[in-house]
Design a protein around this ligand. Structure first.
Ligand code: C5P
Length: 326
């Protein structure tokens, strides 16, 4: 394949259908068992040939995204170049559709998209395992962001076991209008609440009810099994979220939960039509909901500069297909 001059990747947000948080480990991370699910809210990242690694962000929340070396997409491109032993640069352009600091792993999504795009842009030949290893160094949620669809995450979330699912889940997503929540602050608040109540967490375990309901396409069963151990901490740091959750329940959602470390709130609906009705009721109550469905496939190369006239371009290449070629 000829080396492209630019590569465009669409990457979905994630939600945690279950987030069981265990004890703090010696390295400061918490032992978790989580069920990750990709949902149809996307960031688009384009990497184009350049001498240095730089980033530009567009979209309504662009001002909230750092553009320096702390940007996760920049860190991802730098780490990939270092590990692959290349001196290549890339101009990264990100169109943010995923809520920023919302508990939907938007930063991790951009890191995964940057890995995939730069890997193709620089014509590298790392295998899937090597890329997942680099992803795990960048953040606990980045391996799943590279993988997508549905998986159980253990360790600090970076060790993945893919899941099959018949369930197609329809979500109403309410991003916070205001500031996001910092993930370390939410984990710290979770520890404080546990100290205050004298509760010592056990090592977390997988939830077979949830996995079974997902496999069988049992949406009410999924609704009953949704749970997020970080929710009390997110509610303590942002008490207004309790009203948002109540509003979604009053709007008829099957279940209401905070997404990851928050503050985005998620409402599960029975099907697409029900999701629209829940969203309309939330809009009437003064919220700004968006619809999403999942699980959806992980990041996909949607354009690598060979359009038009190349059949391969017309088939959007998923990360799994693309890396499977390696
Ligand atoms: O891995 P990542 O950089 O996304 O984690 C951000 C922060 O979230 C960590 O520094 C830590 O404070 C917290 N965290 C945790 N346990 C996890 C994952 C994240 O305490 N399993």
């Amino acid at each position: 394949m000829e080396q492209p001059r630019y590569v465009t990747v669409d990457v979905p947000a994630k939600i945690n259908l279950r987030l069981a948080v265990g004890p703090v480990r010696a390295d400061g991370y918490h032992e978790v068992v989580t069920v990750y699910c990709s949902v149809s809210l996307y960031d688009r990242l384009r990497a184009s040939t350049a001498g240095e690694i730089t980033v530009e962000v567009v979209g309504p929340q662009a001002a909230l995204v750092p553009l320096d070396g702390s940007n996760l997409a920049v860190r991802a491109a730098r780490l990939l170049a270092e590990r692959a032993g290349v001196a290549s640069g890339a101009r990264l352009w990100i169109d943010k559709g995923i809520p920023v600091a919302g508990g939907m792993a938007g930063g991790s999504a951009d890191a995964a998209a940057a890995l995939l795009a730069c890997h193709r842009l620089w014509d590298l030949d790392l295998d899937r395992g090597e890329l997942l290893g680099i992803a795990a160094e960048l953040g606990s949620d980045v391996p799943f962001a590279l993988h997508g669809f549905l998986a159980v995450g253990t360790g600090r979330g970076e060790r993945l076991r893919p899941l099959e699912a018949a369930a197609r889940l329809h979500w109403v997503v309410v991003p916070s209008g205001g500031e996001g929540l910092s993930t370390p602050a939410v984990y710290a608040a979770c520890d404080r609440i546990r100290e205050e109540t004298g509760w010592t967490p056990e090592p977390p375990r997988a939830d077979d009810d949830l996995v079974g309901a997902l496999r069988e396409g049992d949406v009410p069963g999924v609704a009953r099994a949704l749970a997020n151990d970080l929710e009390p901490a997110a509610l303590r740091l942002n008490p207004a979220l309790a009203r948002t959750l109540d509003a979604g329940r009053a709007a008829g959602a099957l279940a209401a939960m905070v997404s990851g470390s928050g503050p985005t709130c998620l409402f599960l609906a029975a099907d697409g039509r029900h999701a629209t009705a829940v969203a309309e009721a939330l809009t009437a109550a003064g919220y700004a909901p968006v619809l999403a469905a999942g699980p959806v496939p992980g990041p996909a190369v949607v354009d690598d500069g060979r359009y038009p006239g190349d059949e391969a371009w017309h088939k959007a290449m998923s990360a799994a297909d693309y890396l499977g070629e390696r």
